[in-house]
Design a protein around this ligand. Structure first.
Ligand code: C2E
Ligand code: MG
Ligand code: MG
Ligand code: MG
Length: 279
């Protein structure tokens, strides 16, 4: 009897996996049309100095699925990476973000996330160069965020590409710092322009004393290497005060502002509503 029950359970588990797989395929199929049918949006989240002065925005992808509504990037980006669609999508958000930033009266910076797949496939340097020319955005206003996934795999190729991007004048930020396996070793292989401390350390600041020590240690290390730090996921004034006391340069999180359509932040970029409406 136990055996039969066990088998039943296995079958049930299998069909659940089938269903999950089918669902992924469906989403992947829909994703191919998402670009053409204007279902992808760019949200912008402000980045500020710890004193509150906004210095730029991070562009974040959103997918407004016609039936499912908003699908989180953590769910659809892996799918786009799997079938290579991320190359096209990545170029699209880069172009949108650069075009948007180029239209701001204030010369704020714009940060865009790059997928490891974009480093492996296609000609990333060429397409970024092209987009900068096309939009007229000064390269010094563009920052690209990479995770250690970019440096896993073809390390030499990724490193060369990063060097060439940097030579264009673009800044390179290391995203989600502290969550990977060898963040530290990557600091000695490439001169990153910024370190983004992962939000998990910030959200645990009050609850676990270890997090405070880790944040202090990362700041000490980064400053010894002359690399400015931005803290991700800053939600409370207490977190901001801690970061300011520890000489963290910048912050990003709900305390400053949530990711949203740029329309919500027009005052920050220096656009008046009239100018936007009648432009
Ligand atoms: P990320 O680059 O580390 O982006 C930060 C994430 O933290 C964003 O999630 C943002 O909405 C969220 N966040 C910001 N402030 C707070 C806060 O105060 N509290 C909390 N709890 N969360 C906060 P999002 O937009 O869901 O994006 C998730 C991840 O998806 C990003 O992590 C990035 O790895 C990836 N992603 C988003 N857009 C793109 C893109 O255009 N290209 C690529 N390759 N990846 C992207
Ligand atoms: Mg990021
Ligand atoms: Mg991050
Ligand atoms: Mg992340």
């Amino acid at each position: 009897r136990a055996k039969r029950e066990g088998r039943g359970r296995v079958r049930c588990f299998e069909s659940e996996m089938d269903q999950e797989l089918r669902d992924r395929r469906l989403l992947q199929h829909d994703l191919r049309q998402a670009l053409e049918q204007n279902q992808l949006l760019v949200y912008f989240q402000p980045q500020a100095r710890v004193d509150g002065e906004v210095i730029g925005f991070e562009a974040l992808l959103r997918w407004n699925h016609p039936v499912r509504g908003f699908v989180p990037p953590d769910q659809f980006i892996p799918l786009a990476e799997e079938n290579g669609l991320i190359v096209q999508i990545g170029e699209w958000i880069l172009r949108e973000a650069c075009r948007e930033a180029a239209s701001w009266p204030r010369p704020l910076q714009v940060a865009v996330n790059l997928s490891p797949v974009q480093f492996q496939a296609g000609d990333l340097e060429r397409s970024i160069h092209q987009i900068l020319l096309e939009t007229g955005l000064a390269p010094t206003r563009l920052e690209v965020e990479i995770t250690e996934g970019v440096l896993i795999g073809d390390f030499t190729r990724a490193l060369n590409l990063l060097r060439r991007l940097k030579a264009l004048g673009i800044r390179i930020a290391m995203d989600d710092f502290g969550t990977g396996y060898s963040s530290l070793s990557y600091l000695q292989s490439f001169p990153f322009d910024k370190i983004k401390i992962d939000h998990s350390f910030i959200s645990n600041l009050e609850a676990t004393p270890q997090s405070a020590e880790i944040v202090r240690a990362v700041l000490g290390l980064a400053h010894a290497l002359n690399i400015p730090v931005i803290a991700e996921g800053v939600e409370t004034e207490a977190q901001r005060t801690f970061l300011a006391r520890e000489a963290c340069e910048e912050m990003q999180g709900y305390l400053v502002g949530r990711p949203d359509l740029i329309e919500r932040y027009l005052d920050l970029v220096g656009v008046t509503v009239e100018r936007r409406l009648y432009a």
